[in-house]
Design a protein around this ligand. Sequence first.
Ligand code: PLP
Length: 491
Amino acid sequence: MNERLRTLPKVDDVLACLNEPIPRAVLVDCIREVLDDCRKQILQTAPMCSARNAVDFTSATDIAARAITLAKTRLTPTLRPVINATGVVLHTNLGRAPLPEAVAEHVKQIAMGYSTLEYNLQTGKRGSRTAGIENLLTNLTGAEAACIVNNNAAAVLLTLAALCKSGEVIVSRGELVEIGGSFRVPDVISQGGAILREVGTTNKTHLRDYENAICENTAAILKVHTSNYKVMGFTKEVEVDELAALAKETDLISIYDLGSGSFISFAGEPIVQEALKSGVDMLCFSGDKLLGGPQCGIVLGKKEQITKLQKHPLYRALRADKLSLAALEATLLLYLDIENAKVQIPALTMLAEAKDLKQKATLLLEQLDKNFNAYLQQTNSQAGGGSLPLQEFESWAVAIPSRHLVLEEKEASEAEWETSAALTAPTANVSHPVAESHRFTIPELEQHLRNWQTPIIARIHKDTLLLDVRTIDEQNLKEIVQCLQAKIGGS
Ligand SMILES: *Cc1c(COP(=O)(O)O)cnc(C)c1O
């Protein structure tokens, strides 16, 4: 065994056969790791077995090759661009809203140089970080004042902390939502230093439930938009205008966590401008959901309260960074011309797109090898990001069935052919034999797509891989074809 350990090359020997533009320190580290791994394997191999085949690739060049692969993964950022073939437009795991090109360009300029972040060009003195963007927000929405923070969770937290400390916050039991695991209304309320006072039931909450709960400790009434689910059937929720009116009568603050916060109309989703007209005092929403901008949280409301938010110590901790601010301002500027916003903001164009989707899917299908037995399938894509939970967006996908599904269908169609004896044509349409090359399982194919140089994220439904074209940029079709082709060619 020691003999075999001694045959392992030295780090310097491995380095000597390398000529890659990889930082030496990284390379040395990776070589050590590969050598360690070889050592472990040699020691683990029982002496009586022929240890040879277990650890065969231990020459300096073999080690070098493994070290390079390791170093290259180590030097690749873990945050990488992917091709979203899920059809989910605001996919939280895939970064929600993609930014418009003009917006990204502006971000790049701000990122690469100095800027007027906190500098007033008129006075030559220190300026406000966000005054310009706040103006834009009030112009666009009709709000009295605005405040920008890191995300909507921060917006709600700051509002509660600044306006409701130690007081009770009344929330309907039907609106105690959890968004994406870590935003849970009861927890946010307690973190904000307020006390949750739940009223009503899961399916029905009446205005009198709120009225009866109001006491001297009440600080606010909070309404939460049930972004990612809907209670159906025998239900009743109190509309925000009634709650705003009740709050006014009783000298309380009304807060509305809108979730998505769209400036344009989507069925079932409240519009920011409309929500403000309800008379609610404070409105919180995300920048990267239906608005289609960067991650950030926006609070709209009365000047007096917004100022309290901005003076609260948490504001500094929750504020948005300059790159998000640059992206938000550039996105909001697009909204000054709403028709322009609809064509320039990718999230909006993808959600609106309908008629061209079949054509895009056909374009992809036509380029695929016949051996995939792929076909077009109508799908329902979702908005995602906890937006428009019930609205289905009809979309088109290229479907790749598993080998056994193809075989089953083939058998079924043959059987049907025999029994119906040419009276009726078989309904199943299997025009291509199941090729030997089509040997992978659908989970394997999904993994192959995921491991591609630009990872392609697809979904599997009933042992069939679906590539939903709603979220695929036409420019990426070629890459998807290449990736799939590599699977057939290579296996
Ligand atoms: C999405 C959402 C949040 C959290 O927003 P982030 O921007 O992800 O922090 C909070 N409340 C509601 C109702 C939401 O839909």
